[in-house]
Design a protein around this ligand. Structure first.
Ligand SMILES: Nc1ncnc2c1ncn2[C@@H]1O[C@H](COP(=O)(O)OP(=O)(O)OP(=O)(O)O)[C@@H](O)[C@H]1O
Ligand SMILES: [Mg+2]
Length: 208
């Protein structure tokens, strides 16, 4: 069972959006997908409650703070971690070969919060234990000063930038209907889908 954790203690950076989109991707590849909603806001659960029965199925499991217990019969498990999660129970939750994706916005406060999280990751020994960790820059406007600040920050890290997603109403509209980009006709969201390709081609995700 492949496990993917979408985590960044900074609120609103896109954890649920990335978690749900990835769940939609694997579900549309005919994989059995479990999405674990660790957040008391229950955003993933809300999204799933609007998902049409005709779409590829995604099982949603809710968790409070206990280290959960995903059902090992699913082939992919995606964990939507809560804001303010700073690696509590990390050794119980995350195992070698698991994947951690950090969505990150290009703003000074998000970059500072991410730096603290990354320092925690370095101290936790996750990288040495063989956990695959990557960053997804989210809601990016490339021609801005803060995207350059983000690039300069990322250049100093050992954690790779896997892809850059633009700010797009396609995410908002799809999520409102319990859908993902991968449930929609490709022609309706080709620019956004193309931005996912580097993540989907990243070997830990491709081999998950
Ligand atoms: N690439 C994007 N383009 C447009 N809107 C986006 C994008 N990514 C996220 N959003 C919107 O930004 C808001 C926050 O996103 P999301 O809920 O995924 O963040 P989060 O990290 O899960 O938040 P929280 O920390 O509260 O759990 C939502 O309204 C979402 O629809
Ligand atoms: Mg969320």
């Amino acid at each position: 069972m492949g496990q993917i954790f979408i985590a960044n203690p900074k609120g609103g950076c896109g954890k649920t959006t990335v978690a749900v989109q990835l769940a939609g991707f694997y579900a549309n590849m005919a994989r059995s997908v479990q999405l674990v909603d660790h957040d008391a806001q229950r955003s993933s659960l809300d999204w799933a409650s609007g998902r049409p029965a005709t779409c590829a199925p995604i099982k949603v499991l809710v968790s409070a703070n206990e280290p959960v217990l995903a059902d090992a019969t699913y082939s992919v498990t995606i964990h939507d971690m809560p804001a303010a999660w700073t690696l509590d129970n990390v050794d119980t939750l995350i195992h070698p070969q698991d994947i951690v994706i950090i969505p990150l916005l290009a703003s000074p406060t998000d970059i500072k919060a991410c730096l603290r999280f990354v320092m925690g990751i370095y101290r936790s020994g996750l990288l040495e234990r063989g956990v695959n960790i990557g960053i997804v820059a989210n809601r990016v406007r490339k021609n801005t000063r803060y995207f350059k600040v983000l690039e300069a920050f990322l250049a100093k890290l050992d954690i790779p930038l896997i892809t850059v997603l633009r700010d797009s109403q396609n995410y908002v509209r799809a999520m409102d209907r319990g859908l993902t980009l991968f449930d929609l006709p490709a022609a309706r969201c080709s620019t956004d889908r193309a931005q996912w390709q580097p993540l989907l081609d990243w070997s830990p995700i491709a081999n998950c």
